[in-house]
Design a protein around this ligand. Structure first.
Ligand code: ATP
Length: 327
């Protein structure tokens, strides 16, 4: 796998579409100071996933977009495409089967950049891993820019270790290990957060269980109360029925008594002597001589008894009639 072509459009001083063909062997770029030789190397580094604007000699990433000159307006989009020849199929997986790999990065002012591999949108991480597995990348020591040699000589041991790892071809593994460590850390954070959530849910569950128990008890007690109230009402109804029957019985008896009752006594002051309206034997009103008045002949007594047994058939004896009881 080797670099075949670099295409720039709107990147730094390359405002017009520019193509740099990298042939086998040594390719040299010759030009006066400030013609953009270093910009080409930066374009190469940028398309391989450089994230530091400072390393690209800028303040922010938007500085890689053509900023305009006195004669040309600024651009809003910059694009760099790097073509890799993979005829030997030695590219890392899953790109090893491809003959040609095209990696593109596009940046829009104020929006950010996105990456593409063979016209398919990918993450920056995928592009960085592809080059790391191929023992190269934006920070590869194979790319020696201005002042780089001095930086390598004065580098800290950790940075020198990176240099050795890259030479040994294991920088991809280290990059993956770093990514895995980050994922593990994120998973641990998620786990501890889950623990917190679980604890909160357990507390809520306890509260809900208590409420459920109270609700069940309430329903059971309500059921009992409803049944007890039903029984009380039923007992009251039975007692009222018995009372009603007794009252009806008393009413009937009272009606019978009323039917059998003598007329009211004469008003006070009236003669106590038996009047012509009274029975002279028992001083009862003549209209209703008691049936058991011993003074009555037995025939009359029997008829009075019959009349008393059936009050409806009792007729008021007419005064002076032959049926009127003897007085
Ligand atoms: P030297 O040989 O002196 O290092 P060089 O050939 O490497 O020079 P570069 O440093 O690559 O040249 O290019 C610098 C030129 O790029 C400057 O003229 C600068 O104006 C131009 N330049 C850098 N960034 C931008 C930008 N964002 N927009 C327009 N022009 C830019």
């Amino acid at each position: 796998m080797h670099f075949a072509k670099l295409r720039l459009n709107g990147f730094k001083s390359f405002v017009d579409p520019t193509e740099l063909v990298i042939e086998a062997g040594v390719t040299g770029i010759v030009g006066p100071n400030g013609c953009g030789k270093s910009n080409l190397v930066e374009a190469l580094r940028w398309v391989m996933g450089e994230t530091s604007a400072k390393r690209l000699r800028g303040g922010e990433m938007d500085d890689v977009i053509f900023a305009g000159t006195t004669t040309r307006p600024a651009r809003n989009i910059a694009e760099v495409m790097l073509q890799l020849d993979n005829a030997a199929h030695d590219a890392p997986q899953p790109y090893d089967a491809l003959n040609m790999i095209e990696i593109g990065r596009r940046i829009e002012r104020g929006v950010g950049s996105d990456y593409r591999i063979n016209d398919r949108e990918v993450r920056a991480r995928d592009v960085q891993l592809l080059f790391a597995d191929a023992a190269t990348g934006a920070h590869s020591s194979a790319m020696i820019s201005q002042g780089r040699i001095g930086a390598i000589i004065t580098a800290k041991p950790v940075d020198r270790r990176g240099l050795l790892e890259e030479a040994a071809g294991i920088s991809g593994l280290h990059s993956r290990r770093h990514e895995t460590e980050l994922r593990l850390k994120a998973a641990e954070t998620n786990l501890s957060r889950l623990d917190d959530v679980l604890r909160t849910l357990e507390a809520q569950l306890e509260g809900l269980k208590k409420q459920a128990r109270q609700a069940q008890r309430y329903r059971r007690l309500s059921d009992w109360i409803r049944r007890a109230e039903g029984m009380v009402l039923h007992l009251k109804y039975q007692a009222a029925s018995v009372e009603l029957a007794a009252a009806e019985e008393r009413l009937r008896a009272a009606e019978r008594i009323v039917a059998d009752a003598p007329p009211p006594p004469p008003p006070l002051g009236a003669s106590a002597r038996p009047s012509r309206h009274s029975c002279r034997h028992c001083a009862m009103p003549r209209r209703w001589p008691p049936p058991n008045c011993s003074a009555l002949p037995w025939r009359a007594r029997r008829s009075r008894t019959r009349s008393a047994a059936s009050p409806r058939r009792v007729t008021r004896p007419r005064r002076g009639s032959s049926n009127s009881p003897p007085t």
